[in-house]
Design a protein around this ligand. Structure first.
Ligand SMILES: Nc1ncnc2c1ncn2[C@@H]1O[C@H](COP(=O)(O)OP(=O)(O)OP(=O)(O)O)[C@@H](O)[C@H]1O
Ligand SMILES: CC(C)(CO)[C@@H](O)C(=O)[O-]
Ligand code: BAL
Length: 319
């Protein structure tokens, strides 16, 4: 296991990125960069993986994806107050930096940026923020007002902090940023932000990692007691039942999937819908099979925890 370098300020991070890229470039020209599948004569690459810490196997999958594709991997650990609409949720959010650093070291991450709040927001909450627009007001945004403006604002800042700058020694550098498919609306919004505001980073999605009972891994799962944890498994069961009906060529049985969740007394459903994966516009009708690939997405309160989950719905191939 290697020990990643821990940086607390944006200036330290910039310098460490430049240094690490220069070392990779030097190792390459000396003929021993260990680039694996990457072309030794192609551009160097940097992968950024933003997180809020309390890392689990879902985060590990993102680190592994970034490690496999890039010369330098940077993870960030920052519980962003701007995206919390509920102060109690922010106060109790799990913070486990020591264990996180172990996981990140094990995953071969090069640099970890774990800033204080005063580093990211030196003048207090920022006046100017990224607006998530209409796409940020639906689903999660309807239940967590301001959440996605807070997410996009911090992601924009993190993308700036970690952006590799070209130098005579290191030029050019490919820039990739990794986000989990579990937060489907967040992913769609980050893709839109990158396109609409002209960010250089290529946005990469990592599939949802689930535990053996189907529950999507999430940092907040630690707050589920055994009964709520068992009950929460109904969410993925309902998603998979819906996907099976669609794969069989039937109209999506959304009402059936909702009924399955509603039969579980410890689970209080917030929304369950079938949407276009990019625009999150509702799709599908109870009378006709789906005409294009879609996403089933849901959120529910399970005891003290708000859980979200989603599953792609592929239309069956014809012929
Ligand atoms: N089970 C998972 N599979 C794949 N990616 C995940 C999973 N859980 C989280 N991620 C991704 O990890 C990144 C960081 O997420 P975050 O640190 O908020 O963790 P989290 O488990 O989603 O926590 P919580 O939902 O409790 O806030 C996000 O891009 C998120 O989509
Ligand atoms: C992308 C993110 C790290 C921004 O704080 C957060 O929303 C998360 O962990 O999904
Ligand atoms: N992964 C989503 C971050 C949040 O719930 O604030």
């Amino acid at each position: 296991m290697s020990v990643p370098r821990l940086l607390h300020t944006a200036a330290e991070l910039k310098a460490a990125i430049a240094e690490t890229l220069a070392a990779k470039a030097a190792a390459r020209s000396a003929g021993g960069d260990g680039a694996g599948e990457r072309k030794p004569d192609g551009p160097l690459s940097l992968g950024l993986v933003p997180t809020m810490g309390a890392l689990h196997t879902g985060h590990r999958a993102m680190m592994d994806a970034a490690r496999a594709e890039n010369d330098v991997v940077v993870a960030t650990v920052f519980v962003n107050p701007l995206q919390f609409n509920d102060p109690e949720d922010l106060r109790r959010y799990p913070r486990t930096l020591e264990a996180d650093l172990e996981l990140l070291g094990d995953a071969g991450v090069d640099l970890v940026f774990a800033p204080e709040e005063s580093e990211v927001y030196p003048g207090g909450p920022p006046l100017v923020r990224v607006s998530s627009g209409e796409l940020g007001n639906r689903y999660e945004g309807a239940s967590r007002p301001g959440h996605f403006d807070g997410v996009l604002t911090v992601v924009a800042k993190l993308l700036h902090y970690a952006a590799p700058t070209a130098s005579p020694a290191v030029s050019p550098v490919r820039y990739r940023a990794y986000f989990g498919q579990k937060d489907a609306q967040q992913l769609a919004l980050i893709r839109r932000m990158a396109a609409d505001l002209g960010f250089d980073a290529e946005i990469k999605a990592v599939p949802v990692v689930r535990s053996a009972d189907g529950l999507a891994e999430s940092s907040r799962n630690v707050f589920l007691d055994p009964a709520h944890r068992r009950a929460a498994a109904v969410l993925s069961r309902a998603l998979f039942a819906l996907r099976d009906s669609v794969s069989a060529g039937s109209p999506p049985d959304l009402a059936g999937a909702v009924a399955l969740v509603e039969a579980e007394p410890l689970v209080e459903l917030d929304y369950f819908d079938i949407v276009d994966p990019q625009t999150l516009q509702p799709l599908g009708s109870a009378d006709r099979p789906l005409e294009k690939p879609a996403l089933a997405l849901l959120a529910a309160q399970v005891g003290p925890v708000r859980l979200i989950d989603n599953l792609p719905l592929e239309i069956p191939r014809t012929g």
